[in-house]
Each structure stands twice: as C-alpha cells, then as structure tokens.
Design a protein around this ligand. Structure first.
Ligand SMILES: [Zn+2]
Length: 348
C-alpha cells in the first residue's frame, strides 16, 4: 500500500529532526562530557523546529565551576530537555520532543508541565545509552526510574512515548505505553500584568499559605504576564498514583529519590515554555527554598536574583539549597535575598 502524501511528509520531517538530533549530540563543545544527551523540540503540525540543545553547563558557570562541581546536592549540568524548554521562543503546548536517551523523572515532569504531547526517544538510548544502562549512587538501576516513574507520568498525563530508530529515523513505534486521552494543560496561573493584579495575586497566595513562586514574563505582542504556580502534580497524577509509584521503590533504602510533584519554581519555568513566554527580568520570588536542582535549572533559564521569604533551612534539602546559594553568591553568579515587598522586587 502506498503511503499517503501527508504521512510521507511527516516521516520526512521526523527524519530531518532525527538528523538534527545526531548533529547536536555530536557537535564539538568546550566541555568534554563523558556522555552527551541531545534533544530537539518541534511542532509536528507546522513542521517547525522550536529549539535544540545538548546537556550543558549554564553559561555563567563556564570557567567558574568544573563540570564535576556539586552545587548543593545538584550537579552543574542542565539536562538537554530543560535547555530546549528554556530556548523555546514559541508556544510549546501541543509540541513534540525528540531525545537521544530515555528521560529522567525530573525532565519528564518539566516537559509534561510545558504541554509537550509526544516524546520520541532514539532506540540507541535504550540499548546503549549511558543513563538508561547505569545505576545511581545508591545502586538503583536508572532503567527503573524511566520504566516505573517517567513512563507512568507520561501515561497518566496523556503523553505519547515513541521509539525512533533505523538509519535515518524511519522506524517509529509508539506502543510503549497507552496514554490516557487528555488535552494538555498548564497548572500555573497566568494573568496579563498590571500592578494591581500582581498585588492581589500575591496577597491571595500568601493567604492560602501554600508554597508558591511568581515571576513576570514577556509574551507575544510585547505583552507582559504574571506567572504564578504552587507545587503540584503534573496533569493526571494524584496522591494515590504517587503512592503506587513509590511502592515500586520499597526495596530502596530511603525510597524513591525523585519528587513526584513539580515544585513551584520549575512549574513557572515550564509554564513560560507552555505559553511561549520568556522571563522579563532576572528575578523570581519563591516563598519556599527550592531544591538545588531547581536553582541550577532556573539559572539556565536566566534567573540571577532569587527572592525568598526566609533563609532558614527547614529540611536537609533546603540546607543543601542554602549551601548552593552561598556558593553561587560567593562566585557572583546569583543573589538570594529575603524579600518583603514582592511586587516591588518583581517590578524592579
Ligand atoms: Zn533529565
């Protein structure tokens, strides 16, 4: 049976994306990583590539920290999928992403929260990929993080996951999971910017008492927006499903090391990608100290000034994060300040 013109065009486009993915993975860079992971974000409907990236250090770390440096309890490298979202200058809602390796749970949460509907992973990533075929510091095979966490998050959120391989990306199979059918949605609150609206949103968030993050972003047509989010699950997840996922890691001392909710700061960064926004300033406000990983990812997205409600470590995680802030401030990379007047801080 002859393929319809539409399908032929679609397969051709996928194979150009596949080629670009290999090029990005193999391009020379200043840093010598032991293993490169690349990602390309694209719109299958319009056949437009939105952004492409390889795992890398944030620019401001270049020449300051070696790739092996620990920032709190996070590495210095930002994963390719996150850099693609940061680099997106167009709406990501409904987009697809192609990645050389199976996604870690953190990246999976971020791409789902950004509205990605379809994920292609290269066959090689499963058979030879360094991430998928290795174990973490606690001896847990990372394959389990993909199979039992990342894939489940995708299925619940209605995101399709496909394997792509062959010489030029001509072999595509999308039956790894049967995703539930749901429209993509963002859980962040987005309002057109206005000083009164910002004050009211901040007051409301403080009354509710749930940890939240807020920033001002630039959108299309030179409009400015307030982007606010609380810690939440990606669409389709619930406490019950989270419990089921954690059950798979009963045998691991300390249980599953990944958080299943998207923290507030990651959530506003994903929301910016979802709507095609970029942060308008270098500052974000977060009512609770984020994780070190989140801080590093936010730096990659251009954040240089973190407004905080307090600087007291309430957990081991926030202790690591405060260590991270201390190290980053010492090297002049970011500022972390205790902020009382949040609108004034963001509008500055
Ligand atoms: Zn990742």
């Amino acid at each position: 049976m002859a393929l319809s013109e539409d399908i032929k065009k679609k397969l051709q486009f996928l194979s150009t994306v596949y080629q670009q993915l290999q090029d990005v993975k193999n391009a020379p860079t200043l840093l010598d990583y032991k293993y490169n992971i690349a990602a390309v974000l694209f719109n299958e409907g319009t056949q437009v590539v939105i952004s492409a990236a390889r795992n890398d250090l944030p620019e401001s770390f270049n020449g300051v920290f070696p790739p092996t440096e620990e920032i709190g309890d996070s590495g210095t490298t930002i994963h390719a999928e996150i850099l693609c979202l940061d680099g997106a200058k167009a709406l990501v809602e409904g987009a697809s992403i192609m990645v050389t390796d199976p996604l870690c749970p953190n990246c999976m949460k971020s791409v789902i929260a950004a509205g990605v509907k379809k994920i292609y992973i290269t066959e090689d990533g499963f058979t030879q990929g360094n991430w998928y075929n290795s174990a973490d510091e606690n001896g847990v095979e990372r394959q389990r993080y993909f199979d039992d966490v990342s894939l489940k998050l995708a299925a619940y959120a209605g995101v399709q996951v496909c394997k792509i391989g062959g010489k030029g990306g001509e072999d595509v199979s999308c039956d790894i999971i049967q995703p539930q059918e749901k429209p993509p949605m963002s859980k962040a609150r987005v309002e057109e910017y206005d000083a009164g609206t910002l004050s009211a949103m901040v007051c409301n968030a403080q009354d509710r008492g749930r940890p939240y993050a807020v920033a001002i972003a630039n959108g299309p047509k030179q409009r400015r927006y307030i982007v606010m989010a609380s810690e939440s699950y990606v669409p389709g997840m619930s406490d019950e499903k989270a419990q089921n996922i954690r059950e798979h890691f009963k045998d691991v001392p300390g249980g599953l090391r990944y958080r299943l909710k998207v923290d507030a700061l990651s959530s506003i960064l994903s929301a910016c990608a979802y709507f095609g926004f970029s942060l308008s300033g270098e500052q974000v406000y977060i009512s609770e100290i984020p994780t070190s990983r989140c801080i590093v990812n936010a730096i990659g997205a251009g954040v240089k000034h973190f407004g905080l409600a307090h600087k007291e470590a309430l957990s081991q995680k926030s202790k690591y994060a405060l260590d991270a802030f201390y190290k980053l401030e010492t090297h002049g990379i970011v500022k972390a300040s205790v902020i009382n007047d949040i609108p004034a801080f963001l509008e500055n």
